[in-house]
Design a protein around this ligand. Structure first.
Ligand code: NAD
Ligand code: TDX
Length: 332
């Protein structure tokens, strides 16, 4: 492994992964990113230019993808339409990027015998009940609920089929909810932090009982790198399991850490089809590959994330207006 193509490398987790790889390995990185509303080239500023090349383009552009694959040995596929509320509003780009885009990359991986790592989500397994003692494992059945998760499940199945039918050297990881620096303000945690920074009250969907299993993006990055280095070809790995927390508790914690009253938030219209709970059993990753998260203290991780948003208003300011206009139309 010498040169890695990172799709979606100008997005939240891609940026955190690239920073981790450049700091902890000698690998060179090529980024392929369409710079949709979610991509931000400034997140890649001030990184060593001789080890990082940026290509502006679409993962569904077969000609471009084929050319890029002739010059790399590994691809880590992050590019996706990633926000559930956008998928409920306009699902078409989710099919184009998450399914057709992944298909296009797989065809190039097959033609050029490139090692393929597919980054997916725990949402492909559907929801767990709040009182269910079980967590998702590598054996859980795919049972997606939303346009986003259905297209991610579709992409997981394409990877599985290309590995079995064409021998593509592939692995898949399904990760729980990420938080940390460079996350788009449409997502739950940065939306609430930036609301407080703008003097607005946080907005919690429904009754706020929904549970997510929060993982810092840097820990996701170290997990993906461990899978690239030592993961077994053909395997799926689940990443997460650091801390299940319900949405009300997360918001109350943010408010407390930001010096506000913990009840200073609003309950607003629920998300249609809103999954109740996700929870990950990451034993395979921990025992087989020796992975463990650095940010095991969620409160400390949140505090450093709050600091980052406080110090980087120029990074998120423009997107904030657009996101709030989108949610205002939906009473959220
Ligand atoms: P993001 O929305 O922040 O970034 C996505 C990036 O992909 C952007 O830079 C965007 O410009 C790019 N992109 C979109 N369509 C493209 C296309 N057709 N061609 C090329 N580039 C394109 O997403 P994220 O939160 O960083 O998520 C990255 C991956 O991790 C996704 O595959 C997502 O499903 C998965 N994931 C995310 C989370 C999470 O909590 N955010 C959790 C588990 C898995
Ligand atoms: O303003 C909000 N208020 C609120 O209560 C927003 C934006 C969200 N929520 C709730 C919905 C969810 O229960 O917070 C929880 C987290 O919401 P999101 O940040 O939209 O994440 P989620 O839908 O859980 O999906 C995320 O994790 C899995 C990522 O966006 C996906 O890309 C990833 O696959």
């Amino acid at each position: 492994m010498k040169r890695v193509l990172v799709t979606g490398g100008a997005g939240f987790i891609g940026v955190n992964f690239i920073r981790h790889v450049l700091a902890h390995t000698g690998l060179d990185v090529v980024v392929l990113d369409k710079l949709t509303y979610a991509g931000n080239l400034s997140s890649l500023a001030r990184l060593p230019a001789h080890r990082l090349r940026f290509v502006h383009g679409d993962i569904a552009d077969a000609e471009l993808v084929d050319t890029l694959f002739s010059d790399i040995d590994t691809v880590v596929h992050f590019a996706a339409e990633s926000h559930n509320d956008n998928g409920l509003d306009k699902p078409r780009p989710f099919v184009d990027t998450n399914i057709v885009g992944t298909f296009t990359l797989l065809e190039a991986a097959r033609n050029h015998d490139v090692r393929f790592h597919h980054v997916s989500t725990d949402e492909v397994f559907g929801e767990l009940n709040l009182d269910d003692p079980t967590r998702f494992t590598e054996e859980s059945a795919l049972d997606p609920s939303s346009p986003y998760s259905a297209t991610k499940a579709g992409s997981d199945l394409l990877v599985k089929a290309w590995a079995r039918s064409f021998g593509v050297r592939a692995t898949v990881s399904n990760c729980s909810n990420n938080y940390g620096p460079y996350q788009h303000v449409e997502k739950f945690i940065p939306r609430q932090i930036t609301n407080v920074l703008r003097g607005k009250r946080p907005r919690v969907f429904g009754t706020g009982v929904n549970v997510r299993d929060w993982l810092h993006a840097e820990d996701h990055a170290s997990a993906v790198l461990a899978i690239l280095r030592e993961g077994q070809i053909g395997r799926r790995y689940l990443v997460g399991g650091v801390g299940e927390v319900d949405n009300r508790t997360v918001v109350e914690l943010i408010l407390r850490l930001m010096g506000e009253r913990p009840d200073a938030y609003d309950l607003v219209a629920d998300r249609p089809g809103h999954d109740l709970r996700y929870a990950i059993d990451s034993s395979r990753l921990r025992t087989e590959l020796g992975w463990s998260p650095r940010y095991s203290d969620f409160e400390a991780g949140l505090a450093s994330t709050i600091r980052w948003y406080r110090e980087h208003e120029s990074w998120w300011g423009d997107a904030k207006e657009r996101v709030e206009a989108f949610y205002a139309e939906r009473g959220q």
